[in-house]
Design a protein around this ligand. Structure first.
Ligand SMILES: [Zn+2]
Length: 261
């Protein structure tokens, strides 16, 4: 794994985040110490450091002399075909690239030998059948499977893979972040096209970072409303949106979550 140089201005912040994520790993170990290894779904809005979390887990396994397999869908080529890379700069090549028709139970013995953990990035792009295969792997390989990804697309609809994970995962955990436009917790993924909010186009449309923003409900709906694009589930208008200011009703991130992951 490539670690960024210690001379960068935000290294103390990265180090603190790394230590915090390490504690999360210890918690994951404790949760899997008894009984069957678990299937985890760690979901979060865009830019919530999910991949950084994944890479920290992989690093911790490696530093303890253990083996973690990193998988990602081949569909995600933003940082190169086989690179798992966080926006903070950490990166690692994927051990397994998942195609639409990949049977994860057929992964070669060379790759899965002596494995201690399976980590999956951008899991929302997997087929529901592949989620069931990950579910089976926890039992067949006797290792925890930790999946990171988006819960919903930019139209607020569940990705099929994420839906299946919500149905069959042992543990569902939120990787929290703040709204790009205020200080509330982000729940939605707002797409911008040419600088304007947009909810058209296919659900699976990987793009540059500037195209997707983490947003709270108010900022999400206000941006789409301003752009004349109410999302499909609210195409007749957002309920309760009768010129009333809802700014006083927002719950701050600190009140709702305690702290950031
Ligand atoms: Zn907001």
């Amino acid at each position: 794994m490539h670690l960024p140089g210690s001379s960068s201005a935000n290294s103390p912040l990265k180090f603190a985040l790394f230590i915090y994520l390490s504690l999360v790993v210890v918690l994951a170990f404790s949760l899997t110490a008894e009984g069957m290894p678990k299937l985890y779904f760690r979901h979060g809005a865009v830019s919530s450091a999910k991949t950084l979390n994944l890479l920290a887990v992989a690093h911790n396994y490696m530093s303890q002399g253990k083996k973690a397999i990193v998988m990602k869908p081949s569909l995600d080529t933003r940082f190169g075909a086989d690179a798992v890379k966080s926006r903070a700069g950490l990166s690692q090549p994927a051990d397994v690239l998942i195609e639409r028709d990949t049977n994860l139970l057929d992964i070669s013995e060379d790759i899965r030998r002596n494995v201690n953990c399976v980590l999956v990035d951008e899991v929302q792009f997997l087929d529901p059948l592949q989620i069931d295969q990950l579910r089976a792997i926890t039992q067949l390989w006797k290792v925890p499977v930790i999946c990171y990804g988006l819960r919903t697309d930019f139209r607020t609809n569940l990705f099929p893979g994420s839906r299946r994970l919500l149905e069959v995962a042992d543990a569902i955990e939120e990787v929290k972040t703040t709204c790009q436009f205020c200080n509330s917790k982000a729940v939605f993924n707002l797409k911008h096209v040419n600088g304007k909010a947009d909810c058209t186009g296919p659900a699976v449309q990987l793009g540059a970072e500037e195209k997707y923003f983490p947003a709270c409900f108010k900022c999400y709906k206000d941006a789409l409303k301003k752009a004349g694009q109410p999302v499909s589930v609210w195409e007749d208008g957002f309920p309760g949106d009768d010129d009333r200011s809802s700014s006083e009703s927002d719950t701050s991130l600190e009140e709702s979550t305690g702290s950031l992951n």
